[in-house]
Design a protein around this ligand. Structure first.
Ligand code: UDX
Length: 473
């Protein structure tokens, strides 16, 4: 592919190679970034796994898609029952050699290193960062979480040495219990209870994963790209730049950069059920609670039933995403494609006041005037989407960076409130009513409206800076 410069000279376009781990919350921002880099004048190749492969026909036609053919994935990488750390470790192992081979053959075919300006690689995939670096390709790490979450993650070995509890609260010892509300030095406003943690994982394994990521960033990475924006994370971004001694490009919210151009199709585990939009059309403004815990988080049958009866007891109309696989253990779905059965008598109780879908067109739902609040797990994409639509949140973080984001949503930005650590129907009903109607709800909505305005100002200059930096590599 050639590019015409302003002086009429034609020259070969510089190419960027992107690679994302195959999670929905990582692939979608990566594909958006790919389309934006292409719009910025770069040729783009997306390397991808066979698992959850993007469908080239549904994406930007100018992007080139190349499968790396990862080694067969063990159950740990794909099973809804395995924790996020097990998935990350298994995916890194499965992608290491195939990614390296795919990038090496791309370098051979495309005219070598002169043509490939850099690789923009998933910031959780240390194997790919290392492979690209070893092949002599400049590497940028793409983080699909917040700057605060990245700072927390990189601090994990230090926190562990200082005796902080990295394990689930329920297995923490009594001493640690007493410290849960203490602020964590250097990571304020996070308290001990807000630190990244993964239920069921081993603290040693978590530290070794973080060490691998930090090692790859330290050895091979020339810059970090984040799907965030200065107005919500200015101090965190400044601290990150200082701590890493690297440029950090806050190019988000990525989905907001497509207001004038078609965005790449969203990659989802199920087809979005658009019937919920017509259902919302029939509801008054700000009357409906939207409930979704993202694409990965699962709950046990007990929590699922408390959520259901809490929603029923609140009296508030709701749209609830109940994905196949959302409930694990006893009382899960029959078969991979079926959602878990609803509690006995639940549908009769809620009648038309609740709408339940396997997967929603979330961005359109959040933009719908009938939505009054969003009960979310605080996945970073969901949080940004809610912020950008000025929708206040009810937070139920489940694992990893969601703990960190929930703290920012509730205490730093003041646009959300907690469901509570123990999900119990009576408390759920109260929290839902408060978020939708109470004085707290109105204040959150006002602050959310303010953040929405800030988010729409934060766009192209950071992306221009990133394109220029890539050209300079
Ligand atoms: C994961 C982690 O959970 C998250 O913490 C991390 O920051 C990114 O990777 P996920 O659980 O998928 O992400 O949550 P989130 O980041 O919120 O992404 C979910 C995406 O799915 C959002 O873009 C949302 O719009 C979309 N979605 C979700 C739908 O389109 N329809 C749905 O019904 C539910």
């Amino acid at each position: 592919q050639e590019q015409q410069l302003s002086n009429g000279v034609r020259r070969r376009r510089r190419r960027v190679v992107l690679f994302s781990l195959p999670f929905q919350g990582h692939l979608n921002p990566t594909l958006k970034l790919a389309a934006l880099l292409h719009a910025g004048g770069l040729a783009v190749t997306v390397l991808h796994t066979d698992f959850n492969a993007p469908d080239p026909a549904r994406h930007h036609p100018e992007l080139t898609f190349v499968p790396i053919h990862e080694t067969p994935l063990p159950d740990a990488a794909v099973s809804p029952d395995s924790d996020i750390l097990a998935k990350l470790l298994a995916l890194n192992a499965a992608c290491a050699a195939p990614f390296r081979d795919a990038l090496a053959s791309l370098l051979l075919c495309s005219g070598g290193h002169d043509d490939v300006a850099c690789a923009v690689v998933d910031g959780q995939c240390y194997a790919a960062m290392r492979a690209a670096g070893e092949l002599g390709v400049p590497v940028l790490a793409l983080r699909t979480d917040s700057a605060a979450a990245l700072r927390n993650m990189l601090a994990i070995p230090r926190l562990r040495d200082a005796g902080y509890c990295l394990l689930p609260i329920k297995v923490a010892n009594v001493d640690a219990e007493e410290k849960l509300d203490e602020p964590v030095p250097g990571l304020e406003p996070l308290r001990v209870r807000d630190l990244i943690r993964v239920d069921g994982c081993d603290a040693g394994e978590l530290c070794s994963f973080v060490a691998s990521v930090a090692g790859a960033v330290g050895a091979w990475v020339s810059g970090v790209v984040l799907n965030t924006f200065e107005a919500i994370e200015e101090p965190e971004l400044a601290a990150l730049r200082r701590e890493l001694s690297l440029p950090a490009f806050a190019v988000g919210p990525l989905h907001m950069l497509f207001r004038r151009a078609p965005a790449p199709a969203e990659q989802g585990p199920h087809a979005p059920d658009r019937s919920c939009l017509a259902w919302l059309d029939a509801r008054p403004p700000r009357s409906v609670l939207y409930v979704s815990l993202g694409s990965l988080a699962c709950v046990g049958r007990g929590v699922f039933e408390e959520m259901a009866w809490g929603l029923a007891g609140s009296g508030v109309p709701f749209l609830w995403v109940v994905r196949p696989g959302f409930v694990t253990g006893a009382g899960a779905s029959d078969g991979e494609e079926a959602p878990p059965p609803l509690p006995d008598g639940f549908e009769e109780e809620i009648k038309d006041r609740g709408k339940i879908v396997k997967w929603a067109p979330q961005r359109e739902v959040l933009a719908h005037e009938a939505i009054g609040a969003f009960w979310t797990h605080c996945g970073w994409n969901s949080t940004l989407e809610s912020v950008c639509e000025g929708v206040p949140m009810l937070v139920q973080p489940c694992f990893a960076d969601q703990m960190v984001t929930a703290r920012y949503v509730t205490h730093e930005w003041g646009v959300g409130m907690e469901v509570g650590e123990v999900v119990e129907r009576g408390r759920v009903a109260e929290a839902v009513k408060k978020a939708m109607a109470g004085g707290d709800g109105a204040q959150m909505r006002e602050r959310a409206r303010h953040l929405k305005m800030q988010s729409s100002d934060a766009t192209s200059p950071a992306m221009d800076g990133l394109v220029q930096y890539i050209m300079s590599l």
